[in-house]
Write a protein that binds this ligand. Sequence first.
Ligand SMILES: [Zn+2]
Length: 132
Amino acid sequence: MIARRTDYPWLLLDIRSSKTKECKHTKEAVPDLNPRLTTKLLQLNRSKLRTVVGMITGHCPLNKHLSILGITDSPLCRACMETEETPIHVMLQCNGVAEQRAAHLGSSATLHEALGDLGGLLSFWSELGWLE
Ligand SMILES: [Zn+2]
């Protein structure tokens, strides 16, 4: 069954509440029930929602995920080439995009914090252009 747009927040809640060690990325991004984030997600258009859900799940066109799918040879970050290119690395740690991060995301220390400003998160990825 294909998930409808309005199913995504509930799917995230289902993943978050599971007891397995899977979906570590999602559990870190959405550690608690968050009606405010859910409301914000439901107001996004399809393209923006895809970007945010990709950041939450880690299933997005960044090198770590693309290498798991066999689409690229290297999981390394294209900006620094020092570690795997994941949403957490790029949005919170990468020195190669520090200037863009400071301009759009401020000083978020966690992915959960970065999700508090969806406008900043979306403008950060739009400026990088890595998800297009
Ligand atoms: Zn990097």
